[in-house]
Design a protein around this ligand. Structure first.
Ligand SMILES: [Zn+2]
Length: 373
C-alpha cells in the first residue's frame, strides 16, 4: 500500500534528460461499464503523445506501448484508481492500485508527477477501528478507502453478564472483585492487541464502535495513551460485516478531518500573522524551502501556478529569472510549480496537507507552510 516513504522515493528522483510519463486513471468498473476505459485510455495516451515534440515523443513511445499492454493484461486486478509512472529511458516503472478513483490525467515531464498521490494519501489517512462488547472485540485498519480486519478478540469466562443489567454496569461496583478481574482481563487483552495494531500500522487515530454502554466503559478503562487517540465513536452491532463497519465509520472520520483541517489552517493564519515560524504565499514558501525550513506544507488541491526552475540545483522561484542566482545555470519555465514545491518539501522530509474548499486560505495565497525554525 502507498505510504509516505514510497512517495518520498518518487520525490527524490532527480531530473536529467530522460522523460517520465505519469498516468492517473479512473478504472472504476461502476463508472466504466464494459471496460470502456480501455478505449478511453488508449485515446488519452495517443493524444498525449501527439502533443509532444518529436524527440520527446520518440523517447516516450516505448512507455506508451508498455502502459497500453499493461492495462490490457492486468484489467482484472483493477480497483478504482490506477497510477503508473514509467520512464523506459531511465529503466523506471512504478504502478499502484487504489480503492479511490482519480481524475484522468497524463503528464509527460522530466520528473514523475506525484501531486495526485499526495492528495490521495492525505485524504485517506490510516485509522484503527475497534468494535467492542461484553466479551469480544474486533480490530480493523482503515486506509485508502479500504477496511481490513486485523484481529478478533474473545475473552472467555466473563461471568455475571446475565445478571443485574449486564457486565458493564457491574464493573462500576468495585466490591465485585471477581467480575472486575474478568472485565479487566478482557480489556487488557484488547489493549495489548490494539497497541500492536497502532504500532505496526504507524496509526495515531482510533475510532471505536459499539453500544453506548460498551463505549463509555471501554473509554474509562483505557490508558491515556490509547484514549487520547480516540477521535470519535459510532454505533454498530458486533457481527457487522467489514463493509458495514466501513460505511458507518467513514462519516466519523470525515467529520474529524474537516475539523482538524480547519483548525490547522486557522493556526497557520494566526502564526503567520504573528510571524511565528509560519508563512503564506508561493514566494515565501519557496524561499523557506530553499532554506530547508519547511516542516509541513499546505496547499489547495487544484492550485496551479507557473514559475521557474533551475535544472542543476533545483532552485525554484515564481519570479521571472534568466539565470539561477545560486549556480548561474539558465532557468527553465515550469508549469507544475506547486507539484515541484511539494516534491521538494517531501524530499526534505516535510509533512503535507492538501486543502479542499477553504476560501480564507485560498485568498491568503492557496499555499503555506509551518516552519522548523
Ligand atoms: Zn541553480
Amino acid at each position: 500500500m502507498l505510504n509516505y516513504d514510497e512517495i518520498k522515493n518518487l520525490a527524490k528522483i532527480k531530473a536529467d534528460d530522460m522523460y517520465y510519463i505519469s498516468c492517473y486513471l479512473n478504472v472504476d468498473p461502476v463508472e466504466n461499464v464494459k471496460g470502456d476505459y480501455l478505449i478511453h485510455i488508449k485515446n488519452m495516451l495517443k493524444k498525449a503523445s501527439e502533443n509532444l515534440a518529436k524527440d520527446i515523443r520518440k523517447q516516450i513511445m516505448p512507455d506508451i506501448r508498455k502502459i497500453d499492454s499493461y492495462i490490457v493484461a492486468n484489467k482484472r486486478d483493477f480497483k478504482k484508481g490506477l497510477a503508473i509512472i514509467s520512464s523506459a529511458a531511465s529503466g523506471f516503472w512504478w504502478e499502484s492500485h487504489f480503492s479511490a478513483g482519480f481524475r484522468n490525467e497524463i503528464v509527460v515531464d522530466k520528473l514523475p508527477y506525484i501531486k495526485p498521490l499526495l492528495n490521495i494519501i492525505d485524504t485517506f489517512r490510516r485509522y484503527a477501528v475497534m468494535i467492542i462488547d461484553k466479551e469480544s472485540a474486533r480490530l480493523f485498519a482503515v486506509h485508502l478507502g479500504e477496511i481490513e480486519e486485523y484481529r478478533e478478540i474473545y475473552t472467555e469466562n466473563v461471568p455475571g453478564r446475565h445478571k443485574k443489567g449486564g457486565w458493564f454496569s457491574l464493573a462500576e461496583r468495585s466490591f465485585e472483585r471477581h467480575i472486575d478481574y474478568h472485565v479487566e482481563l478482557h480489556i487488557k487483552d484488547v489493549i495489548k492487541q490494539l497497541e500492536r495494531l497502532l504500532e505496526s500500522g504507524d496509526i495515531t487515530r482510533l475510532v471505536i464502535g459499539g453500544t453506548e454502554e460498551a463505549l463509555s466503559m471501554a473509554k474509562s478503562l483505557f490508558p491515556k495513551q490509547i484514549s487520547g487517540k480516540i477521535i470519535g465513536t459510532f454505533s454498530v452491532t458486533m457481527s457487522a460485516p467489514g463493509n458495514e463497519v466501513l460505511f458507518r465509520v467513514t462519516p466519523v472520520i470525515e467529520a474529524y478531518e474537516r475539523r482538524e483541517k480547519e483548525d490547522t489552517i486557522e493556526l497557520l493564519m494566526t502564526k503567520t500573522m504573528k510571524n511565528e515560524n509560519a508563512v503564506l504565499g508561493i514566494d515565501n514558501v519557496l524561499s523557506a524551502l530553499q532554506e530547508g525550513r519547511v516542516m509541513k506544507l499546505l496547499f489547495v488541491k487544484d492550485y496551479k501556478t507557473h514559475g521557474f526552475s533551475c535544472a542543476r540545483c533545483g532552485f525554484l522561484t515564481s519570479q521571472m529569472a534568466a539565470e539561477c542566482p545560486f549556480c548561474k545555470n539558465p532557468m527553465q519555465k515550469v508549469d507544475y510549480m506547486i507539484d515541484l514545491a511539494a516534491q521538494k518539501a517531501i524530499e526534505q522530509g516535510a509533512a503535507f496537507e492538501v486543502v479542499h474548499d477553504n476560501e480564507q486560505f485560498e485568498k491568503a495565497g492557496a499555499i503555506g507552510a509551518f516552519l522548523r525554525y
